[in-house]
Structure formats: structure tokens, C-alpha cells
Design a protein around this ligand. Structure first.
Ligand SMILES: Cc1ncc(COP(=O)(O)O)c(C=O)c1O
Length: 496
């Protein structure tokens, strides 16, 4: 009986994968013990008999029995043989399983985190916002640099890193931010992270306690919302207008510990925060002893006028933490970004970053440092800026019929001077979710502005990206997008 069971179980295991014979026998015997086919205290046949019954070598049988002995399933008694351990814990009775499609039970936080906010999945189609065109990334050059740094890698470069990142990369980032973003910093204030998401979580963990209030722009960047959800903060939405986030007395009644903003190009409306608002926000941070988290995610792409300076550059109190990412200029899968912290926070942030995230990737960071130092980053940026400017122009041209005094529906654009997306505002009566669904049916993606809102119901429109699709596709599909928008709004549902 036992040998029949073992033979059939081993045959089944053999079809599932290339397990060596002694491992097949071990698995089969373990199953026999766990299923009660071999009872507790039962004496096993001798290894010689088992080998004969199963047609295996005695070594194979011994190897399986030894392993079962080591793991406590079997015990050997000198002179009497091998027995199933009498003291094995009883298996828990299996509940009567009713197979339903009910998902596994999540924590309340897990429910909130996994419920959809904005994008259901990674959609990469013409006009998907937030995605750059990384097809132009100089892959061969990058390969060469990576190979070079792997060849030069010393064992310590393979370890975790507790100093906030590879020093030459931190210096290169500091030089760039000082010159182009008016951020005042020393390289030791730069912490290399795995991107904005990690920078935000680090700030939330270190600067706020569970339940503390974070002011979040409304509408908001979903990545930040999720980071604050995950860290147990209480989000207070502050409305955004054409000058950026606009805190009022109502908001002051919810004193923040953190204030999350995208001042150079509000995500998703694209509003540039006015100087008056910047001062208002800095004053609010001072009054509430709050920290401002400045997410400067796409300021590299400014198409008209000089770059908008950072909010950090105006801060006199050391209350702004500035963060950026390499996801847009290089590629998102690189998973590298940076966080600039005020000097008094350098030591605790480095320590906590080390403890929470065990940062590494030194050879990759070394390759990136050289990429920047040799001027490749600047030329990739120049090329990308030029190419996005053409795409943006083409999209603006295509959207003209949706706008202007001739437009019967009062639509207008915002945020088109910078970044990789723009925002088309539509009247508050528009069902922008239905409009986006209609556009999706045509194989295009424009996200409903209302999907980014936390509390507001008066904001409707479409967030339209021009970073991902090449110029030819924008020229081809732009007019279709405009027709869909116009037909839906002016005449109600009609064919595309
Ligand atoms: C507002 C904002 N911040 C940051 C990022 C990038 O974050 P990460 O560095 O995690 O790729 C994005 C990407 O779309 C964004 O829209």
C-alpha cells in the first residue's frame, strides 16, 4: 500500500519538474506523513526493502530518509528501525473550503491602497499622461558605461550603502540643482532614493506620526496620495486654482505637519505656483512648524521662458524638502531619484534610509554619475526637450477646435508651457469619466481630471500627455482626439 502511494506520488512529481529521485521520494513520504497515510509512531520498512519495492537504489532511499529525519518527520531507534515521529503536531483540520472568487482579506489600509485611484494599470497609448518617450534613450552608451563600472566594481560597491548614495552622483545632482533649479545645497544634503515614491515615504515616516495631517493638492498626484495612505497620514485636500495650491482659513483649521506640493507644474492641472502663493505657503509652514515636500518632477521640460525656480530657493527657514526623479529624462525603470534635505535632517534621514530601504545599486549609480559628468544627461535633455516641444505644438494645434472664443463649451487649457502633459478644463457639468472611456474605445488614453480629485466635484476635464507618443502618432491621432472631445461636449454622444 505504502509503496503504491509513493510510486504514484513520485510519478506525479516527476511530471511537474526536474526533481532528483531522492527529492521526489522525500516529498512523497512527507506527504504520506502529513496526510496520515503513515500514522504517528508507525514503523517504516527497512531502507533495503523500500529500495527494492520502489525500484530505487538504497542510496536514494537513505538520502530521503535522512532528510526526513533531520526535519523531524522520522525518528530512528538503534536496533529497532525507523518510525514516524509520534510527537508530530496534529495537522489542523482543514476547513470546508468553498471555492469562490472572493479576494483574500486585506487590511483596511490594504483595501484603500489597492482600490483604484486614477489609473487601473500601466496604460501606454497615445496621450497617456505621465509617461516619457524612453525609446530615444542611448542604450548602447548606457551599456558601455554600465559594463565599465561593473568591471571596476570593488566588493564594497556590492554592499548596501549608508551614506545617502554614491558620492560622485550626489555631487553631480547637487551641481545640477544649484545651477538649473536655484536649490541651495551641498552634496551631502542629497540622498539618492529609488524615486519620488521612496522619497515621499521617507519624509512621511521621519517627519510625521501616524494620523498627522498632510495637506495634499486637490486634484493630486496619485503616487503621493498612495504614499501618504501607506504611511498612515491623514490627508487634508487643499484646492488648486490657476496660481497653484490655494490654502484658505478653512484649511488653516487643519494644521498640517506636512505640505505636499508640485509648485513648478502642478500635477495634474499644470498650474505654476505664483510668488504670492509661494510666500503664503512658506508662512503657513512656519506658523504650523510644518515641512513642505516639493515634488519637482518635470521642470526639466520648460518650453517657453526661463525655468521656474524652486520653492526651496525662497525658503529662509529650512522647511522645504526638495525631490526629483530620473524617470522622465532617462527612463522610469531606472528607479533612481533624489531627495534634498535641510542640513539638520541629513544624519537622521541617512540612517533611516539605510534601516528602512537598505539602499544599494552602487555600480548603477556610478554609471549614472559618469553619464551626467560627461554631459550625456544634458544632451539627452536637450534632445528630449526639442522632441517634446514638437509633439506639444502638434497637440496644441489639434486641440484648437476644442478651445477659444468660437468654442461653445468654454473649454480652456492649462499647464502647456512645461512638462509632458497638459490639462484641458471642461465645464463642471461634463461627465469626463464617460468622455475618457469613449476616447479609450478608440485606442487613445486621456485621463479624466475628476479622477485625480480627492474632494472636489467642480473640476472636470482631461489630462492629456504628449510625452509617450512620437510626433507622427500625435499628428495622426490628435484630430481624432479633438473630434471625440468636441462631439461629446457640444452634441452629446455621437460616433467617433
Ligand atoms: C507628480 C509626479 N511626481 C513624481 C513622479 C515620478 O515618480 P518616480 O520617481 O517614482 O518615477 C511622477 C510620475 O509620473 C509624477 O507625476
Amino acid at each position: 500500500m505504502l509503496s503504491e502511494f509513493l510510486v504514484s506520488e513520485m510519478a506525479r512529481l516527476a511530471t511537474e519538474g526536474a526533481l532528483p529521485l531522492h527529492r521526489q521520494l522525500y516529498e512523497a513520504m512527507r506527504r504520506a506523513v502529513l496526510d496520515g497515510k503513515l500514522a504517528a509512531g508507525e514503523r517504516l520498512p527497512s531502507s533495503r526493502d523500500l529500495a527494492e519495492d520502489l525500484g530505487l537504489s538504497r542510496n536514494t532511499v537513505m538520502a530521503a530518509l535522512n532528510q526526513l529525519g533531520v526535519e523531524g518527520y522520522l525518528v530512528s531507534r538503534v536496533g529497532s528501525g525507523t518510525f514516524v515521529n509520534e510527537n508530530l503536531p496534529r495537522p489542523l483540520p482543514r476547513p470546508h473550503v468553498v471555492h469562490t472568487s472572493r479576494p483574500a482579506r486585506l487590511s483596511r489600509r490594504g483595501e484603500a491602497l489597492s482600490s483604484t485611484f486614477c489609473a487601473t494599470q500601466l496604460e501606454v497609448q497615445p496621450f497617456t499622461p505621465g509617461i516619457a518617450d524612453f525609446s530615444a534613450f542611448p542604450v548602447l552608451l548606457w551599456q558601455r558605461l554600465q559594463n565599465k563600472h561593473w568591471r571596476m566594481t570593488y566588493p564594497d560597491m556590492l554592499d548596501y550603502n549608508d551614506s545617502g548614495g554614491y558620492a560622485p552622483l550626489r555631487r553631480a545632482v547637487a551641481d545640477y540643482l544649484r545651477v538649473f533649479r536655484s536649490v541651495r545645497l551641498d552634496a551631502d544634503q542629497v540622498i539618492i532614493t529609488s524615486g519620488t515614491q521612496q522619497s515621499l515615504e521617507l519624509c512621511a515616516h521621519l517627519l510625521a506620526d501616524h494620523g498627522d495631517t498632510v495637506w495634499v493638492e486637490d486634484p493630486a498626484y496619485w503616487g503621493a496620495v498612495k504614499a501618504f495612505m501607506a504611511t498612515g497620514l491623514s490627508m487634508h485636500p487643499v484646492p488648486v486654482d490657476d496660481q497653484g495650491v490655494a490654502p484658505s482659513a478653512r484649511d488653516e483649521a487643519h494644521p498640517p505637519r506636512l505640505i505636499y506640493v508640485t509648485p513648478s507644474h502642478q500635477y495634474p492641472t499644470g498650474a505654476v505656483m505664483s510668488l504670492a502663493r509661494r510666500h503664503q505657503l512658506l508662512a503657513a509652514a512656519r506658523v504650523h512648524e510644518a515641512w513642505i515636500l516639493e515634488d519637482d518632477y518635470d521642470s526639466e521640460f520648460r518650453f517657453s521662458g526661463p525655468p521656474v525656480s524652486s520653492l526651496e530657493g525662497l525658503d529662509q527657514d529650512g522647511r522645504v524638502l526638495y525631490m526629483g526623479t530620473f524617470s522622465k529624462v532617462l527612463y522610469p525603470g531606472l528607479k533612481l531619484g533624489y531627495l534634498v534635505v535641510p542640513k539638520p535632517l541629513v544624519a537622521p534621514f541617512r540612517q533611516a534610509h539605510y534601516d528602512l530601504n537598505r539602499p544599494g545599486q552602487m555600480p548603477l549609480q556610478a554609471a549614472l554619475a559618469e553619464f551626467i559628468e560627461m554631459g550625456h544627461f544634458a544632451s539627452a535633455l536637450r534632445r528630449a526637450r526639442q522632441s517634446y516641444a514638437e509633439r506639444r505644438r502638434s497637440l496644441l494645434e489639434a486641440l484648437k477646435p476644442c478651445l477659444g472664443p468660437g468654442s461653445r463649451h468654454g473649454a480652456y487649457l492649462s499647464g502647456a508651457e512645461q512638462g509632458l502633459h497638459l490639462c484641458l478644463h471642461l465645464p463642471a457639468t461634463t461627465d469626463d469619466v464617460a468622455l475618457a472611456a469613449r476616447i479609450a474605445k478608440a485606442g487613445l488614453t486621456a485621463r479624466p481630471l475628476s479622477a485625480y480629485c480627492l474632494q472636489r466635484t467642480d473640476v472636470k476635464g482631461l489630462v492629456i500627455g504628449y510625452g509617450y507618443a512620437p510626433l507622427a502618432e500625435i499628428e495622426q491621432h490628435g484630430p481624432r482626439l479633438a473630434r471625440a472631445i468636441n462631439s461629446r461636449i457640444t452634441h452629446g454622444p455621437s460616433s467617433f
